[in-house]
Design a binder for this molecule. Structure first.
Ligand code: PLP
Length: 461
């Protein structure tokens, strides 16, 4: 396929239910097309604008890496609902497991009468957390969303330490509930006007090698010095860190940064919480990205990719910490829903049976090389970064490190018109992030690179 090709619609598909979706891009209308526009007009009347859609193209069906909209456009999904459909849309094994569970039992409430799939998910998580051993297993609480995972991680850390303070890093994103929106770097838009915001949160400098030029040790010393002054170590319950920042722009900290912070936490009795909501679940080439930084987290948080598109979140921590909460202190009506758990078990099984960790590395190799070619051709690309299938490019004013959000927006718009769904990232919208399914073919990855190339060229950058 050549970039920018707009193919004619295939005529014979009319009323035939498609069980699979061909893994190729095909644009048959303007984007958004007339049917999407019609639904969008209905939506304006009944859905408030605070719920904003990046691309108001209404999706009817999806499989693997392709979204099919109501106008029949086939769009390459390089976002995966922000890192959720890590093993692809409507993955066969996930659909089969969820369907079977749906017909057996859909809800009892685990804190009323429990069921086995919850336990199975907890076993899979315990097995995959770096630092977990049979003698010292990690235990898991299941909830519904990433923000709930963060909320509960903080709650559990406070209970364990008896301290109030929560440390986070600049450029962080942790969710949209009251506590988590107060933990985000961007108060605007996430907390703007919804105050008062939660207290006892300390935002410390992060490590951002491209922009700060510091080594991991230097950056960690700066972070620690800041926290010791602003909070005081003995007032801190936890440090919540995304090992690779997601909304922050896929910032990979300098080597040694995370181990130094973890060591400082250990020395000071502060619970080290790895927020792996975006980076976890095999996306970076290990089940949890923190493994690649040589850190054993006290608590690790998962959500997004854990259940192949169904809502589920895990708070997995050292038994000593998790066991501190009193019976009844933890839980929630839908937390660890049986259908979501069955889907998550199918995801874990596929990570092993289909060697999805190797697929993440294949994507880093193939797509990473494509992005490096783009960087060589387009001076507005300052850096290609990330790990596995969590890659980003930082877009700048050529010859500087000044963010170029206008160009980011232009490239994303151009790509959308060509049938490629991309997403910006970063506090200044200075990066374009890529979260392909681990099953995205080399052919599709190359096609995405060719569309990006055309987009930068069209923008004269
Ligand atoms: C998305 C995200 C969250 C919030 O998850 P929700 O399911 O949207 O509540 C928290 N932390 C990180 C790192 C995320 O990327």
């Amino acid at each position: 396929m050549t970039e920018g090709t707009i193919e004619a619609p295939v005529s014979s598909e009319a009323s035939q239910p498609e069980t699979t979706v061909p893994q190729a891009r095909r644009v048959v209308t303007a984007i958004p097309g007339p049917r999407s526009q019609a639904i969008h007009a209905r939506r304006q009347a009944v859905v408030p604008p605070g719920v904003h859609s990046v691309l108001p193209v209404y999706i009817e069906r999806a499989h693997d890496s392709i979204l099919v909209d109501v106008d029949g456009n086939h769009i390459i999904d390089v976002c995966g609902g922000i890192g959720v459909t890590t093993i692809g849309h409507t993955d066969d094994a996930v659909v089969a497991a969820a369907t079977a569970q749906l017909q057996k039992v859909t809800h009892t409430l685990f804190t009323m009468t429990p069921y086995e799939p919850y336990v199975a998910v907890a076993e899979h998580l315990a097995k995959n957390v770096p630092g977990s051993t049979e003698a010292a297993p990690y235990k898991t609480l299941l909830m519904n969303s990433g923000a709930e995972a963060v909320e509960n991680g903080v709650k559990i850390a406070r209970k364990f330490t008896g301290r109030p303070g929560v440390a986070v890093l600049e450029h962080a994103y942790h969710g949209r509930t009251m506590l988590t929106s107060s933990m985000n770097h961007k108060g605007a838009p996430y907390a703007l006007g919804y105050g008062p915001r939660a207290g006892d949160i300390y935002k410390a400098p992060n490590s951002y090698p491209l922009q700060d030029g510091l080594t991991g040790a230097e950056a960690a010393a700066r972070t620690i010095a800041y926290l010791e002054k602003s909070a005081g170590a003995e007032d801190l319950a936890c440090l919540v860190v995304e090992p690779i920042q997601g909304e922050g722009g896929f910032i990979v900290p300098a080597e040694g940064f995370l181990p130094a912070l973890a060591e400082w936490c250990r020395e000071n009795g502060i619970v080290f919480i790895a927020d792996e909501v975006q980076a976890g679940m095999a996306r970076t080439g290990t089940v949890f990205s923190i493994e690649q930084f040589g850190v054993q987290p006290d608590i690790v948080l998962s959500a997004k990719g854990i259940a192949g598109g169904l809502p589920l979140a895990g708070i997995t921590g050292r038994a000593e910490i998790m066991d501190k909460s009193q019976p009844g202190g933890l839980g929630g009506t839908f937390g660890g829903n049986p259908v979501s758990c069955a889907a998550a078990v199918a995801v874990f099984e596929q990570i092993e049976s289909q060697d999805l960790l190797a697929e993440a590395k294949r994507i880093e190799r193939v797509f990473g090389a494509g992005l490096e070619r783009l960087k060589a051709a387009h001076p507005a690309i300052a850096e290609v970064r990330g790990k596995g299938a969590m890659l980003a490019i930082e877009v700048v004013q050529p010859g500087t490190l000044t963010p170029n959000p206008e160009l980011v927006a232009q490239v994303i718009d151009f790509a959308a018109q060509q049938g490629v769904l991309l997403l910006s990232s970063g506090v200044h919208n200075q990066a374009i992030r890529f979260l392909p399914s681990l099953k995205m073919t080399d052919e599709l990855l190359e096609d995405v690179v060719s569309v990006l190339d055309a987009a930068f060229t069209a923008a004269g950058a």
